[in-house]
Design a protein around this ligand. Structure first.
Ligand SMILES: [Zn+2]
Ligand SMILES: [Zn+2]
Length: 366
């Protein structure tokens, strides 16, 4: 059953700076890292009393998506043609690059640059996934990195698995999230006409590419029943892609190893990496969010998005790829905590010497 905010006693979420420090003192983190953490030091929880409330239209949308997903799964085994089931698989794993190589590594983190044909391809793929417009997705993602595990993190994992996985999408945001959304520097995306065009036309594009294209293809090319195609190719497919992305916010912030920073929640999780085209190396990614590979050890088979970007770099459509050198890893180890809260390339809190090295990387613009 869904939670009922009439019956659940109101919970006040806020962690003051002092409480944070007390907790950190207890686990020994503060002594090691107090001097050189690159968190946004100007931020501490506003301590605003916050009673999270359910936003019912969003909750109903999630219930519809997930109930429809089960019906779609049933139809795959009882009604759908084999080609339709294969089409789901193909659509999930091609459109996924729009999330991983597109809205995540390119637009949220500026980990590499892309010429307009690649940006157009990525935004086409990303729109098929139906995960909001690029601007909104990247905004929340930058806030997530910059204020990770605080009141200002939109899907703060300290509020539990369910909240980080999906609950944040149908709960009123903490006032600190709203405040930080207004202060984030998004000027690079505002200057990208492809991003702003997709934002302006998002509703018709959703109808056309998230619903229309995936549903119509099986009907037109191999005479799939339109009813079956809708529940399988819109609902089931949409829900599967959503939950794979949700796993990065929930599972990859909870279960796995933390070889780069044991004091933050993100982990290295191989299963999430396989499902999410290489996005499960999340401890590394929160430490070095500008790295276009989002991982140090994942090779192409566990990080197919890196292969995708490298292939387009070979064509000259992707360039200026940023990645972590062994020296950066060493410096990071020495500082034991620096760099864990930057949103990507261009963040003012990237250490100066790392920035100097990043500027020289893969400069060749074709
Ligand atoms: Zn990220
Ligand atoms: Zn994260």
């Amino acid at each position: 059953m869904c939670p009922d905010n009439e019956r659940v006693p109101p919970t006040v979420y806020h962690v003051s700076e002092e409480e944070n420090k007390e907790e950190e003192r207890k686990n020994g983190r503060l002594a090691e890292t107090e001097d050189f953490l690159s968190v946004d030091k100007s931020y501490s929880s506003s301590k605003t009393e916050y009673v999270p409330r359910i936003t019912w239209p969003d909750l109903l949308a999630q219930i519809f998506i997930h109930a429809g997903c089960l019906y779609g799964l049933y139809l795959i085994f009882t009604e759908a043609k084999l080609l339709t089931a294969l089409w789901v698989f193909v659509t999930v794993y091609t459109s996924g690059f729009g999330i991983t190589a597109g809205v995540h590594r390119l637009w949220s983190h500026r980990a590499y640059k892309a010429k307009w044909p690649l940006r157009l391809l990525l935004i086409f793929l990303f729109t098929i996934t139906g995960q909001k417009d690029v601007y909104s997705w990247a905004l929340d993602h930058r806030i997530h990195h910059k204020y990770s595990e605080t009141d200002a993190d939109p899907h703060n994992v300290k509020r539990g698995f369910f909240f980080a996985h999906v609950g944040w999408l149908f709960t009123t945001p903490h006032p600190d999230v709203i405040a930080k959304r207004k202060t984030a520097d998004m000027s690079d995306l505002e200057a990208d006409p492809i991003v702003m065009w997709q934002r302006r036309l998002y509703i018709p594009l959703f109808a056309l590419l998230t619903i229309g294209l995936p549903v119509i293809v099986p009907w037109y090319f191999w005479s799939e029943n339109l009813w079956t195609s809708f529940w399988v190719n819109f609902n089931f497919r949409f829900c599967v892609t959503l939950n794979i992305a949700f796993f990065v916010n929930s599972v990859a912030h909870m279960w796995g190893q933390r070889p780069y920073d044991k004091y933050i929640s993100p982990v290295e999780n191989v299963a999430v990496s396989i499902a999410a085209l290489g996005e499960g190396w999340h401890n590394f990614h929160h430490v070095f969010p500008w790295d276009y590979k989002t991982g140090e050890l994942g090779n192409y088979s566990y990080n197919i998005t890196t292969a995708f970007i490298d292939a387009f770099a070979y064509l000259g459509w992707a360039y200026d790829r940023k990645y972590v050198s062994p020296e950066m890893v060493r410096r990071r180890a020495n500082r034991s905590g620096d760099g864990s809260h930057v949103w990507g390339y261009g963040d003012k809190d990237i250490p100066h010497e790392d920035l100097q090295e990043l500027k020289l990387m893969d400069k060749k613009e074709r």
